[in-house]
Design a protein. Structure first.
Length: 886
RNA sequence: GGUCGCUUAGCUCAGUUGGUUAGAGCACUGCAUUCACAUUGCAGGGGUCGGUGGUUCGAGUCCACCAGCGACCACCA
């Protein structure tokens, strides 16, 4: 493009779609193509990033945009470094989330009971359609964000390859006895008519009443509860074995009539877990409706189990004729009334308690005993003398089998602790769900030909069970109706996605994973569990955990608040590059960050700035390819500084310090390059250096700002995307001498400008000044100084002047005849002198302290001494100037 | 109740292993339309780094305790 044809402002819409299409067509998103086309060496190191598959429940939000920015920056950086880089995209069928969303939609459009009205296949068809549409939307959005992922490897958690992986894994665990079907209490969502795992519960605080009562007048112990209605299913009272109040009662059984179907048979048991200091020191045990109480029964199998709440959320016939069929709340009221009327209620207290609610269906979850499928996390894995829990621990601590190379690195570190703590409290994982959208459990049953209808517990002696990857041969087999927890399939994601030939060998373990902290237990833990168990390797090397993106006021983005923002809209308004920049600026791992339109404006302005720098480079420099020779101090400075910036940026990106990389590049671009080097270039005109620095800068920015950098790259006549240009190396050395000297030059210019501002000197008026230098020759930079400070440097002049002491080797006198106010100038110098003296004093004190000079490293002492000398020299000069003015 | 995090300029936040006089963006004040850019530039004001102790020659950075805020976990019935 001809320089004069480049528009004054960058228009993202002009470029983004076009560029993405070009990238995609180039094939460079695919690591294999990169090798074929020679941009990556075949034996280059592999680098893999696996996209956490977004749920096909609708559209992506800004949080996804942030994740994609993190991943794409990383992918582009490694691709440019020459790594065989795979960034693998995908989508998640998100079992319960998607089904509940579609059911809600159907209800909203007038259907009362979607499951009954449509039937299994009918509802699944609706969900499938919804999921497919959603998947298409998501793909479009990911493209719009500029993500350089390999679409040819796109994976879906519910496609054929993944079904095969899930079934294979299920069978392996089943055969190893790690998956079992058992009758245990589970979390049951009445609204969703399905189980949910412990991790899917959202605990909410709410007021409750704590009732203290006796089962009967002659019952020796009072117990407390917030769920009186469940007490109809009590089978024991647990006390601490050493509690003198109750010790003698342990072992006795009481028959009490409370109105249940049968009199309750309550056995007094001793259990160490009971806190004798809390309440009455005794716990009414309801094994059927409390996880804790069920656990107590595991330790005391002799006590009974009576279910008084059914899967419909209503009281069962076991609860007795007065309660059966009533809701738990109605039953609670009735039972409390009964207690009150019979004078059994001893105390009522208002307390707040935490109740588990279903995060998808929103209702309070009941604990109910049922036969379900579980993964045994504490059981020894055949032949490995370890449990799944052990493997999960090893993977983040010692490394698998003590091999430090087989260790997952979690950033920030503190999540290790949180994760380990979670493992300690982990129970067997209930994996069966009664919803329909999901991987069907690969277990088939065959009823005996005899007329035995017992399909529930205990009848298995009569029923043949088959577990396999595919349905068994023969007639009469019926598949288990349940589906699997969605995290079962997500847990396989690091390897189930690598099903193409050699992909597993090349790209597993995944090099870099990122995820929000809210998903660590669900997902990270399950991936570690599945992979370490099935493949005896870790699923990924590094996992970067980010915080939640919040709105301007620190609130979470949510549908109910109506503060959701579509990243596509933002991208359209401000540009995708600006969005990526805004999302990655000022973030630190594990901490939440805020999004605001102010940030978007800043970022957009910055992107436009780069665009205009490119216009300057295009219009003001000749297109020759001069050899790169620094001709001046500013040349040496900018090249040296560039080397530092390359080093720092590389280090930051390697260590996933995205914000620091941005800050480094931003400061260099705006401050060093645009405000200083380019302004000086207008005088010195060393085009080769200008073009070299800018070209390098474009490559450094490319991972963050892929669109604008490639757009500029095209206007410069390059047809190959920066995506496959090499990451800048260290062709120049860091030049500290030049940096120091240039720093002095800068200070001088700034001071002169400061003078102009202080004395309100007309900006167009040129000043006159003399320069005194020692030990360093600034003369080559005189034209630059003259331009930047709007001053004419002369050898001498008469009259009043301002004295500027920059350092012990650079000072200046600036003629201020006619504008200077002697008193003001004296005050200004006096202030400067006071500051210098104060500083020198503090340094002297430090150096006078023998413990400092003795113990601090020599370099620090030497540095301090040098600074003191400089400060003293400066103060002396200031004193001289002050006296000459008076 | 347990665990973890946060507290730095008016606002939002950086500050990588303790080492020159603590930084950025936005906001604010003054000046400027000088031909890459007003989606701009120049200059400037503004912080005893939540509090109290401690370790150290040296602490925003490490330790202890305290306060406020937030998150997560949890079987106080």
């Amino acid at each position: 493009m001809k320089p004069q044809d480049i528009p004054k402002a960058y228009d993202p819409q002009e470029w983004e779609t076009k560029l993405y299409q070009k990238w995609e067509e180039s094939g460079f998103f695919n690591p294999d193509t990169c090798i074929e086309k020679g941009v990556t060496k075949a034996d280059a190191e592999a680098f893999s990033i696996l996209m956490p598959p977004p749920n096909v429940t609708g559209v992506l939000h800004l949080g996804h945009a942030m994740e994609n920015s993190i991943m794409d920056v990383t992918a582009r950086y490694h691709r440019m470094r020459g790594d065989r880089t795979l960034f693998l995209p995908g989508a998640d069928h998100a079992a319960v989330a998607t089904q509940s969303r579609v059911e809600k939609n159907l209800v909203a459009s007038g259907m009362m009971h979607p499951r009954q009205e449509l039937g299994r296949e009918g509802l699944l068809e609706k969900i499938r359609t919804f999921a497919d549409e959603s998947k298409d939307t998501i793909k479009k959005q990911i493209r719009a964000m500029g993500s350089s992922c390999d679409w040819s490897r796109f994976a879906y958690t519910f496609d054929d390859a993944r079904v095969l992986a899930v079934n294979t894994m299920f069978k392996k665990m089943y055969d190893d006895g790690l998956i079992y079907k058992g009758y245990r209490v589970v979390n049951w969502s009445v609204a969703g008519q399905s189980t949910c795992s412990d991790d899917e519960l959202e605990h909410i605080e709410r007021p409750a009443t704590l009732y203290t009562f006796r089962y009967a007048k002659d019952f020796p112990i009072a117990v407390a509860t917030t769920r009186p209605e469940t007490k109809l299913g009590d089978t024991a009272v647990a006390v601490h074995p050493d509690d003198p109040r109750y010790r003698d009662l342990i072992g006795q059984t009481f028959e009490v009539e409370v109105g249940a179907a049968k009199p309750l048979s309550i056995k007094i048991i001793g259990d160490e877990e009971v806190d004798p200091t809390f309440g009455t020191g005794a716990v009414g045990v309801t094994p059927a409706h409390s996880q804790t109480d069920f656990d107590i029964r595991q330790r005391h199998p002799e006590i009974g189990l009576v279910a008084v709440i059914g899967i419909d959320g209503a009281m069962t016939t076991e609860a007795g004729p007065a309660y059966a069929g009533f809701s738990v709340l109605e039953a609670r009221e009735k039972f409390v009334t009964y207690l009150r009327e019979n004078d059994l209620l001893e105390k009522e207290e208002d307390i707040t308690q935490n109740v588990g609610t279903s995060d998808r269906f929103g209702d309070v979850v009941e604990v109910i005993p049922m036969e379900q499928w579980f993964v045994a996390v504490n059981k020894e894995i055949p032949g490995r003398r370890k449990s799944l829990k052990d493997l999960m621990r090893e993977a983040v601590t010692t490394g698998l089998d003590g091999d430090p190379k087989q260790r997952v690195d979690i950033a920030p570190e503190r999540f290790e602790k949180i994760y380990l703590h979670w493992i300690d409290h982990l129970r067997d994982w209930c994996i069966s769900r009664q919803i329909w959208w999901g991987h069907r459990i690969p277990v088939w049953y065959k009823k005996p030909t005899t007329d035995n209808e017992q399909l529930t517990t205990g009848g298995e002696g009569e029923i043949e069970i088959y577990c396999g990857v595919k349905a068994p041969e023969g007639e009469g087999w019926e598949q288990d109706p349940d589906t699997l927890d969605t995290w079962f399939s997500s847990g396989l994601w690091t390897f189930s996605t690598l099903n193409r030939e050699d992909d597993f060998a090349n790209f597993h373990p995944i090099s870099f994973m990122q995820m929000g902290y809210e998903i660590v237990f669900f997902w990270m833990a399950r991936m570690i569990l599945m992979t370490t168990y099935a493949l005896d390797t870790i699923p990924f090397k590094t996992v970067y955990i980010h915080g939640i993106l919040r709105d301007k006021d620190g609130r979470k983005f949510s549908k109910s608040l109506g503060n959701g923002i579509d990243p596509i809209d933002i991208g359209r308004e401000y540009g995708t590059d600006a969005l990526r920049l805004a999302l990655l600026s000022d973030i630190t791992p594990g901490n939440d960050s805020r999004f605001s339109t102010e940030k978007m404006e800043t970022s957009r302005n910055f992107v436009n700035k780069i665009w205009n720098i490119s216009r300057y480079v295009a219009t003001m420099s000749t297109a020759s390819d001069d050899s790169l020779v620094p001709k001046s101090l500013s040349d040496r400075f900018i090249l040296g500084k560039l080397a530092t910036v390359i080093d720092d940026t590389t280090g930051h990106l390697t260590e996933n310090r995205f914000s620091l990389a941005i800050e480094t590049l931003r400061t260099f671009t705006l401050d060093d390059f645009a405000d200083w080097y380019i302004e000086i270039h207008k005088v010195e005109k060393n085009d080769a250096v200008l073009r070299h620095v800018f070209g390098t800068l474009l490559r450094l920015w490319h991972p963050f700002l892929p669109f604008v950098t490639d757009a500029i790259n095209e206007t410069r006549g390059n047809s190959t995307s920066l995506m496959v240009t090499p990451w800048p190396g260290d062709s120049n050395d860091v030049d500290t001498d030049a940096e120091t000297a240039f720093g002095e030059l800068r200070s001088l210019v700034t001071k002169i400008r400061n003078l102009r501002a202080t004395y309100h000197i007309d900006p167009t008026q040129r000043l006159t000044g003399t320069l005194t230098t020692k030990g360093v020759d600034f003369s080559v930079s005189y034209p630059a100084i003259e331009r930047l400070a709007r001053i004419d440097i002369v050898t001498s002049f008469d009259g009043s002047s301002a004295e500027l002491i920059i350092s012990d080797r650079l000072s200046a006198s600036v003629s201020l005849d006619g504008v200077i106010d002697i008193d003001a100038e004296r005050a200004r110098l006096g202030k400067e002198l006071t500051e210098a003296e104060k500083y020198a004093k503090s340094l002297e004190a430090k150096l006078g302290n023998p413990s400092f000079t003795d113990r601090a490293p020599e370099t620090v002492v030497m540095q301090t001494r040098a600074t003191l000398d400089e400060t003293n020299a400066k103060a002396a000069e200031l004193r001289g100037h002050l006296s000459s003015i008076s």
